[in-house]
Design a protein. Structure first.
Length: 156
């Protein structure tokens, strides 16, 4: 993916206003199934992560991809488990944007995400998985809200 394809992806996908967060954290979102193209969805996630900046959301830090006045983010799951992509106007003056992550945080978080994605792909490529390998994959591919497979750059 490149910048032109990222803009096309953003323009052509259906975004939905997140009603449940309208008063606290207004934003839009889209889902993997709205793309009808897993490879395109995952390609955007990889591109966005590589070209992102790290920002706080209260005590946690996530990667945010900024483009044309908007920021795009997901929750740091393995790429194969990401189901939701969020979008909001950039506003770094919000109270939840502090503290500012220390230098080097983006690289550390990005490396953790890449290592985990490689591990997940290695497990997916195994033809005859053991029970333990199937259990590990089930954990990593969990896409439920607040599932424990989310990696952020917090002090936990």
């Amino acid at each position: 993916m490149d910048l032109k394809k990222a803009r096309e992806f953003i323009k052509n996908i259906k975004w939905v206003f997140a009603k449940s967060y309208s008063k606290t954290f207004p934003h839009e979102y889209t889902t993997r199934d709205r793309t009808n193209d897993d490879m395109l969805f995952e390609s955007f996630i990889y591109y966005a992560r590589e070209n992102s900046t790290i920002k706080s959301f209260f005590s946690k830090q996530y990667l945010y991809y900024e483009l044309d006045g908007y920021e795009y983010w997901e929750m740091g799951r393995p790429v194969k488990a990401v189901q939701v992509l969020n979008k909001a106007p950039i506003d770094d003056n919000k109270h939840y944007r502090y503290p500012v992550p220390p230098n080097g945080s983006k690289e550390m978080l990005l490396n953790k995400l890449k290592e985990r994605d490689l591990y997940v792909q290695t497990l997916l490529d195994i033809k005859d998985k053991t029970e333990k390998q199937r259990g590990i994959l089930k954990f990593f591919l969990n896409s439920e809200r607040k599932s424990p497979n989310i990696i952020d750059h917090s002090n936990k």
